[in-house]
Design a protein around this ligand. Sequence first.
Ligand code: 1CP
Length: 347
Amino acid sequence: MENAPKPLLRALSGEAVWPPPFWLMRQAGRYLPEYRALRAQAGDFIRLCTNPALAAEVTLQPLRRYGMDGAILFSDILMLPWAMGQPLRYAEGEGPLLEPIRDAEGLAKLDPAGAAARLAPIYETVSRVRAGLAQEAPKAALIGFAGSPFTVACYMVEGRGGGEFAHARRMAYADPALFGKLIRLLVDSTTEYLLAQAEAGAEALMLFDSWAGLLSPAQFRRWSIEPSAAIVRNIRKVRPDIPLIGFPRLAGPLLPEYAQRTGVSTVAMDTAMDPRWAATAVPAEVALQGNLDPQAVVAGGAAMEAEARSILAAMRGRPFVFNLGHGIVPPTPPEHVAALARVIRMG
Ligand code: 1CP
């Protein structure tokens, strides 16, 4: 494959770039005062995600402060069910609330054919961010994303986050035909959604499977690995070289199997993963990304720096992208992120 010049794309494609490129999950969000100001201006969160000028601005905010190697589109994994017509709102302090889908009638109400039109402003945001990066941060790459079918199905069936998604996991056992129908619908719509982001200018794509670790090993293979592998195959037919990042959170010892069977170019490690183990267990041609504890960044200081350095030591010589093990949290002091960036840049 040709040597892509942007450091993040080189690392995601399997090159050991050092010091490693970095970006942070949820880097554009609630810990930044400039985000909170803009969020207040937009009002509702969905309005912010569907306002290309504001969403593009929010996407670029963290890069201006910290010079990350990647920008992640400002949107949410639940914009896809929203675009298929599932009622969604974000309640203050409660997170997302959807009208739960528990039976075939609920599933039949979805309108996947109408999704593309409702997602158009998000594709417009992608194009604007690409143009903004060319102006402001020409070495940074734009990451598009979606939730994995399983994680999105968790919210669609449960109707909310914050728990263990008992209804969704139970449906997967009790009515695998219905759950499988929902998953297949999500494989198709997620493929289209990600390809459209790439078409609009996303240079790498990430699949967030934040709740994969709730599954038994057999269910993990069926509902996390298989649908993710199908999406990777579909995307590769159209975009054979675009870097694909998979994040099967809390996959534990199934991480190498996930990497091999899905065919992603990079696997993201969660906070609990031992990077020294992953460095040898995951084939060397697959890049790794991760995995500093977001709480270490809230704490900052010597404890944060020691953790960051031990991750760097475990990953040296390997294709690697420094990141957190989960999303950055609202109480994070912005100056701790600046200190972390300095540690990473020292390699
Ligand atoms: O009030 C607000 O400002 C809304 C808070 C918020 C934000 C800033 C939500 C609601 N989503 C987002 C943005 C978001 N979500 C991004 C954009 C990039 C960025 O912020 O830099 C991305 C990539 C996501 C992905 C996402 N949303 C995931 C996967 C990653 C992860 O953290 O595990 C998940 C599970 C969601 C669902 C979701 N959306 C919002 C919240 C609070 C949640 C989590 C709910 C729960 O705990 O179950």
